[in-house]
Ligand binder design. Structure first.
Ligand SMILES: Nc1ncnc2c1ncn2[C@@H]1O[C@H](COP(=O)(O)OP(=O)(O)OP(=O)(O)O)[C@@H](O)[C@H]1O
Ligand SMILES: [Mg+2]
Length: 255
């Protein structure tokens, strides 16, 4: 069980995440939704142990992750929002590097990396440098790196970014079946349709604050609106899309 208690992060004095609480159990997929800048990636950095909270804590099986960070990282798979990989390494070298960092047995590492490179259609490019990869290829390397050591917890920050339709469909099915196997999954995105289909529970974040928590139908009931999209817009008070689009086009055409 992964738990956030009173999780808060301020950059200088500006709060990016304020008092976020949640629990994700084995077999659950928690969808973490919010508009740009609402604090999703900041939360992700805290629950992956990359960033210390200003206050509050992250507990895994009741233990503060900061007290057991190396052990925690071994059971964690993480796909960051940006594919900031080492461009001078080849795909293969990157996976080897990540596997060694996680203490994987060399033989197992080679076997899994080979098989996953095949399945993600990267095997023919494994000895090319990451600098030469397309955006989707880099994203697929990140996905492999997160799955290779068969972690207990998976944290995805916009994992479909840059993936084509087939890769995205496969990835969603993988996530579903990993959750059925009992993994703890934290799935962060602003793509409503995907989160709605995948998640067992939802959290909606607005300006660093949780504004809704529950199943998709709980959230709809809470707002009294028919679709998750309407509920989401209502909860995060997004700007009037129609009006903004109209104004943008008008500005372009105004001499
Ligand atoms: N390193 C940083 N220093 C200062 N402010 C930051 C830093 N990282 C994020 N912020 C601020 O914190 C807020 C939340 O950012 P965050 O990246 O967590 O949002 P997000 O929900 O992941 O957005 P997106 O959907 O665009 O990825 C934003 O206002 C952002 O400007
Ligand atoms: Mg983000």
């Amino acid at each position: 069980m992964l738990e956030a208690r009173g999780l808060t992060k301020c950059y200088a004095t500006i709060p990016a995440v304020s008092n976020v609480n949640f629990t994700v159990r084995s077999g659950e997929i928690l969808g973490y939704l919010g508009p740009n800048g609402s604090g999703k990636s900041t939360t992700v950095k805290m629950i992956t142990g990359l960033m210390e909270p200003t206050s509050g804590q992250v507990l895994y099986h009741g233990v503060n992750i900061k007290d057991e960070l190396p052990a925690y990282k071994k059971v964690l798979g993480y796909v960051p929002e940006e594919a900031l990989l080492y461009p001078y390494l080849t795909g293969w070298e990157y996976l080897e590097f990540v596997g060694i960092l996680r203490g994987m047995d060399k033989k197992l590492l080679r076997k899994r990396a080979d098989a996953l490179l095949q399945l993600f259609l990267l095997f023919p490019y494994r000895h090319a440098t990451i600098a030469s990869y397309s955006k989707g290829m880099r994203q697929r390397v990140l996905l492999i790196a997160s799955l290779m050591h068969d972690p207990e917890i998976l944290v995805f920050d916009e994992p479909l970014s840059g993936l084509d339709v087939t890769s995205a469909v496969i990835f969603r099915k993988v996530v579903k079946s990993l959750s059925e196997q009992g993994k703890i999954i934290f799935y962060c995105s602003h793509v409503l349709e995907v989160v709605e289909k995948l998640s067992s529970h939802l959290l909606i974040l607005s300006k660093g604050n949780l504004v809704a928590h529950g199943s998709v139908s709980d959230v709809r009931k809470m707002t009294g609106l028919a679709t998750l999209e309407d509920s989401f817009s209502h909860l995060v008070q997004e700007r009037d899309a129609e009006q903004i689009a109209h104004d943008i086009v008008e500005v372009m055409a105004t001499p």
